[in-house]
Design a protein around this ligand. Structure first.
Ligand code: DHB
Ligand code: FE
Length: 279
């Protein structure tokens, strides 16, 4: 059967994509952050998974206020790169895995997680920047990708607990897939940031560190953090961190923390990177 071989959490800051695409990673501003990536990239290269399930959020690109799916699973053979206002990022298209995606859909929906199934969509920085963080600039992404888009833009987003339970259901689905795919799951977005209004620029590295510690060592407790705490402590966009709970839910209760790096500031965000394997 298929096997979940690891998990990676990373922020998805658009400026990180721009720095990579424009060859600025060695600039004074960027070098200290990019110097922290090699251990995670080496881990990915060594693991070389067949499929990555990328839990991310769409930023009013594929979806808008006209259509707000809480959990949307990408079923397509191929996902194009969205133009978010400056032309599409110069990165390869994302190749899907329809057969595994349909297995996930069947398993999750019959397991009482009512996914929205998306047969056609483009993906934005929420998905492409994490792939760039993990893989750099290959001519083609080395893995198939199943996008799982989570609404964290329009209130109400799903609770952390719901996300954690969905992760556990994803694991049951993986464990019942009759293929031999080796799979990595991505949790993306966060950490603390707020892009608008009076508290724009808010960063709370202490709270983020506590969140990561809980996520790794006591995920049931992390899952109980209410929305209002994310908003108060990590800013309005800090709520993106609920997506890391989907990633964590898919892993074993006990995990080994292979690598962690954080960086302040990257653009407006406390940038997080976390690599986990099942203990
Ligand atoms: C930034 C971070 C995000 O998560 C995002 O979606 C857009 C911008 C930032 O820090 O600039
Ligand atoms: Fe974001």
């Amino acid at each position: 059967v298929a096997e979940l071989v690891g998990a990676i959490g990373t922020s998805h800051i658009p400026a990180v994509g721009v720095a990579i695409d424009k060859g600025r990673t060695q600039d004074d501003y960027w070098k200290p952050y990019f110097d922290k990536l090699p251990p995670a990239r080496e881990w990915m290269a060594k693991l070389d998974p067949d499929v990555c399930i990328v839990v991310y959020n769409d930023h009013a690109t594929a979806f808008s206020l006209e259509l707000i799916p809480t959990f949307a699973l990408g079923m397509a053979e191929r996902f194009g790169i969205a133009d978010e206002g400056f032309g599409p990022r110069p990165v390869p298209d994302v190749m899907g895995h329809p057969e595994l995606a349909w297995h996930l859909a069947e398993s999750l929906i019959l397991d009482e997680f009512d996914m929205t199934l998306v047969n056609e969509m483009e993906v934005d920085h929420g998905l492409t920047v994490p792939l760039s963080v993990a893989y750099g600039q290959p001519d083609a992404w080395p893995c198939r990708v199943i996008p799982l888009a989570v609404n964290v833009v329009q209130y109400p987003p799903p609770t952390g607990n719901r996300c954690f339970r969905l992760g556990q259901a994803i694991r049951r689905a993986i464990d019942s897939y009759p293929g031999d795919e080796r799979i990595v799951i991505f949790g993306t977005g966060g950490m603390s940031h707020q892009l608008q209004a009076q508290r724009a620029g808010l960063i709370n590295a202490e709270w983020d560190t506590r969140f990561l510690d809980l996520l790794v060592n006591d995920p049931e407790a992390a899952a109980k953090i209410p929305h209002v705490e994310y908003l108060r402590e990590a800013g309005s966009e800090g709520i993106e961190l609920v997506m890391w709970l989907i990633m964590r839910g898919a892993m074993n209760p006990d995990v080994t923390e292979i690598y962690r790096a954080t960086h302040v500031p990257t653009s407006n965000t406390h940038n997080g990177l976390l690599v986990l394997e099942n203990a």
